[in-house]
Design a protein around this ligand. Structure first.
Ligand code: HEC
Length: 240
């Protein structure tokens, strides 16, 4: 099953990576896309040969790792360490929380109240990164796309369950959901308002919400206040 790449934003603060949580550590994630046919499609030997041909890499691996080697273990460690530095920076929402009443609009403030109340959103999208780091069926996936259920066959609730994504910078990350099936934030809110597919695995928190057009618009106004105001990570210069 092809999935939309999950964001790398703030992954330093979660565990069980990927939409279904199949990777235990970031070190284990890093080699999967390098070798996967649908991603970089490289063999370990080809990757090591490529890196070994670049003097900057040879020198960097040599000075960074005690065994000086360009090998799978050190490449995975280097990539995972870099990925942990990809973190959101403060957003207008944070300035509001710190006391600047003008940082976000009245509509967005109302949207935050719905997020915590009528919408039930904060029950799963909790904490500063707006994720509980857990797995839920929100009534989106269908057929064989059973998510974390593939690892826990007897669990009713993990069938069709996927990892709650962070909502930091969410306005910049369409299309949405693990399969990219929802094109816009408007469509995401419509989906929650309808309540998704009603079935035994669906979370008790998901049900038709009865949101008015204004409430929907205000929720979206709130989600847009979560976009970092400064660049999230500066790209390092390409090695030679
Ligand atoms: C039961 C837990 C739960 C509740 C309640 C919930 N969400 Fe989610 N949310 C998730 C999960 C799990 C996903 C990923 C589902 C998938 O990929 O199939 C998700 C995905 C999203 C996404 C897409 C993010 C992306 O990067 O693809 C947005 C936006 C979102 N939720 C906003 C909301 C809003 C707004 C509410 C309230 C109306 C809400 N959520 C309520 C668990 C929840």
């Amino acid at each position: 099953m092809a999935v939309r790449s999950p964001t790398l934003l703030n992954v330093a603060f979660i565990d069980r990576y990927g939409w279904t949580g199949k990777f235990a550590t970031l070190e284990k994630v890093s080699f999967a896309p390098i070798m996967a046919a649908g991603n970089l499609n490289l063999t370990e030997a080809a990757l090591i040969a490529r890196l070994s041909a670049v003097p900057t890499y040879v020198q960097a691996f040599s000075t960074t790792f005690p065994d000086h080697k360009i090998d799978r273990k050190n490449i995975a460690m280097a990539l995972a360490t870099y990925v942990r530095s990809i973190q959101s920076t403060p957003a207008p929402f944070d300035r509001w929380i710190l006391g600047d009443e003008n940082a976000i609009s009245p509509a967005a403030k109302h949207g935050f109240a719905i997020f915590n109340g009528k919408g039930n959103c904060a029950q799963c999208h909790s904490g500063w990164a707006f994720t509980d780091g857990s797995f839920h069926d929100i009534g989106v996936a269908k057929g064989n796309d059973i998510g974390r259920g593939a690892f826990f066959k007897s669990s009713v609730k993990l069938r069709y369950a996927f990892k709650t994504p962070t909502l930091r910078n969410v306005a910049e990350r369409s299309p949405y959901m693990h399969d990219g099936s929802v094109p816009t934030l408007e469509a995401v809110i419509d989906l929650y308002n309808r309540g998704g597919i009603d079935r035994p695995s669906r979370s008790e928190l998901i049900h038709p919400l009865g949101l008015t057009p204004t409430e929907k618009a205000d929720l979206i106004a709130f989600l847009k206040t979560l976009t970092s105001e400064t660049e999230v990570v500066a790209l390092p210069p390409p090695p030679r």
